[in-house]
Design a protein around this ligand. Structure first.
Ligand code: GLV
Length: 331
């Protein structure tokens, strides 16, 4: 039997690539840069499976260019880059990679929180530049994290992993989520429910862990930033458009908030004008899940989902199970 034809749009760890290539005929991007959209549309024409990256905008046009496409496995937990409705309308299952990147992303959120509070990148720059000339009690001061209030917006898998880490710093944790946890889980996690405005007013650190949807686009804009304490910090490891980046630049410049730690941007990889010039913001290149261990797990899970879909089975992380029900019902 001939191997199913698959398009893989990003370079993945060698061990996972070898496994995939053993069972599929793979057309793969071998470079560490996103595949050009036109090229992707050209290469997908005869493909039955697609392993996509967050940098690929997988829309109806792309799906229509691939009449044999049977499965889209996104190598990410976020799937705002895929037009899920368009895939469902065409009966194509779509999957993501939840669970395997929770710890890595929570670690990075905490790294950004600590970096922002203790001004680590700024201090590193100053030390290298020879500005550490002597020790003095009032020099190079940051803010303490221990005992402060952390506000988590979006208490899903990653938000909860951040809450667990906050315990190690004796933080009070507030959370805001569309669905409130049951009281037993709140107690176990040691988190307190708050509405968005109260959370923004009370938190010393606000960390974002929501998916990007129509409802969360610009969830944090000028009005929300104005509610935050002037001594507080905003941490974003979710998706850039959740924050109005221009409004954030204004807030940081005017010291309406003390600082920010960002891993994601509204128009990646571009930064909002003025953002890179600010000293009170730590900027990372979208590396929340960027550990080798996690990338191996994400690639493996994407392959597992892909193969299940290609075999006509239910992919473990299917996002649109209704397409399978339709297949079963229509025999
Ligand atoms: C990365 O941003 C992901 O959604 O997995």
């Amino acid at each position: 039997m001939s191997k199913p034809k698959v398009l893989l749009t990003g370079r993945i760890p060698g061990e996972v690539m070898a496994r995939l290539a053993g069972v599929c005929d793979v057309e793969a991007n071998t470079e560490d840069r996103p595949m050009d959209r036109e090229k992707l549309i050209e290469l997908i024409r005869d493909r039955e499976g697609l392993i996509s990256m967050i940098t690929d905008g997988v829309d109806g046009k792309m799906m229509d260019a691939a009449p044999r496409l049977k499965m889209i496995a996104n190598m990410a937990v976020g799937f705002n880059n895929i037009d899920l409705k368009a895939a469902t309308a065409r009966g194509i299952p779509v999957s993501n990679t939840p669970g395997v990147l929770t710890d890595a992303t929570a670690e990075l959120a905490f790294a950004l929180l600590l970096a922002a509070a203790r001004r680590i990148p700024e201090m590193d720059r100053k030390t290298r530049a020879g500005e550490f000339r002597w020790w003095a009690p009032m020099l190079f001061l940051g803010r303490e994290v221990s005992g402060k209030t952390l506000g988590i917006i979006g208490l899903g898998r990653i938000g909860k992993a951040v809450a667990r880490r906050a315990r190690g710093f004796d933080m009070r944790v507030l959370y805001c989520n569309p669905a409130r946890l049951d009281p037993a889980e709140e107690r176990a996690l040691r988190v307190e429910y708050a509405d968005l405005r109260s959370l923004l007013r009370e938190a010393d650190f606000v960390s974002l862990h929501v998916p990007l949807t129509e409802a969360t686009k610009h969830l944090i804009g000028a009005e929300e930033l104005a509610l935050m304490k002037p001594t507080s910090y905003l941490i974003n490891t979710s998706r850039g458009p959740v924050v109005d980046e221009k409004a954030l630049v204004q807030a940081l410049r005017g010291r309406k908030i003390e600082g920010a730690g960002l891993d994601v941007y509204e128009n990646e990889p571009a930064l909002a004008p003025g953002l890179a010039e600010l000293e009170n913001v730590t900027l990372l290149p979208h590396v929340g899940s960027g550990t080798l261990e996690t990338r191996v797990r994400m690639a493996s899970l994407a392959v597992e989902n892909l193969l299940a879909g290609l075999n006509g089975e239910s992919p473990p992380n299917i996002l649109n199970p209704e397409v399978l029900q339709a297949v079963y019902k229509n025999g």
